[in-house]
Structures are given as structure tokens and as C-alpha cells.
Design a binder for this molecule. Sequence first.
Ligand SMILES: [Zn+2]
Length: 193
Amino acid sequence: MADNLKEENRKLEFHLSEDGEIYSIRMYGDPVLHQQALPIEEITEKDHQVARRMLATMYSNPIGIGLAATQVGILRRLVVIDIDRDDPDNAPIILINPEILEQEGESVIEEGCLSIPELKAEIKRPEKIIVSARTLDGEEIIIEDESLLARVLQHEIDHLNGILFIDHLSRKKQKRLKSKLRQIRQEYAEIPA
Ligand SMILES: [Zn+2]
């Protein structure tokens, strides 16, 4: 565990921007989380900076394995993912304009979100997906997956479309979470940063 922590810090330090700053994550109750992010037409140096700072932000949270630009208040279609964050040799994935081309099957997995702390829920989504995207270097790539990565990709692409994982729950289940959500909203969103 101590070793893992050290490696995580190495990843965090590696991705820290020159000023060493990380973003503050927008929390449930912040209207930006319901907005649609815009496609990135031209990848600029600024996008590289944003991606690096997003990675550092993700690694600074001990349970972060994915982060969408929307969650740091930037409405551009950019996500970062590292499902093996404890593995120092595993490089994170940075995707520009990710888009689901095909989906298949069904699976139920418990999800959480850095923007909705302390809340987890089982969410049903397609099991297998095919995603097209561009890398930071502008290279077009296709990702086909049916593991945890497929799940995280769907969660992050949802963020770019202003959708939260709890939006997938039935009305009944959402109702049951209402007081918990109100509590989170009060605790995190209404206190000025
Ligand atoms: Zn999330």
C-alpha cells in the first residue's frame, strides 16, 4: 500500500503543471455539470496544459480513475482515464472528442463520481462499446472494450453531454437518494470556494 501511494504520488508529480496547480472539481449542484461540452476542432498547446492539469487533479484524489473537462468547468470534449492508476508503468489515456460508435450487451456495475462524493449506485449500461477519439497528437484511434475501461469511458462521455451517473437511475431510486443528494449539494456546492 505504501508503495502504491508512492507510485501514485509519482504519477501526480509527473503530471503536475509547471505552477504545480490542480483544478478544483465542480461538485454536484454546480450547473456546469449539466452543460454540453463543445467538440475540439483544433488541438492547441492549451489543451495539452489542460490535460496535464486534469491528470494531476485526478491523481490528487485517491480514488480518481477518470475525469472529464466538464468536471473542472471547461466545456471542451476532453477526458482523462487511468483505470490502473496503481501501476506506475501504465500510462493514462487522454481522449479528444470521444464518441461511442457501437454498443452491445448489458452489465450492472457500481459507480461513483468525483463530483458526487460519498455516493455510489449500481448502474446498468451497455457492456461492450466501440469508441472513436483523437489523441492529444491528433491521431485518430478506435477503442473496443468490454471491461472497466468501457464503463469509465461511458461515464466520462456522459459528463461531456451534461449527464451524471445518477441520471441513469429510476425515478424511484433517485427519490431514495434525494436527501443524500441535498446534503451533498449543501456541503459542497453552496460553500464559496
Ligand atoms: Zn463522474
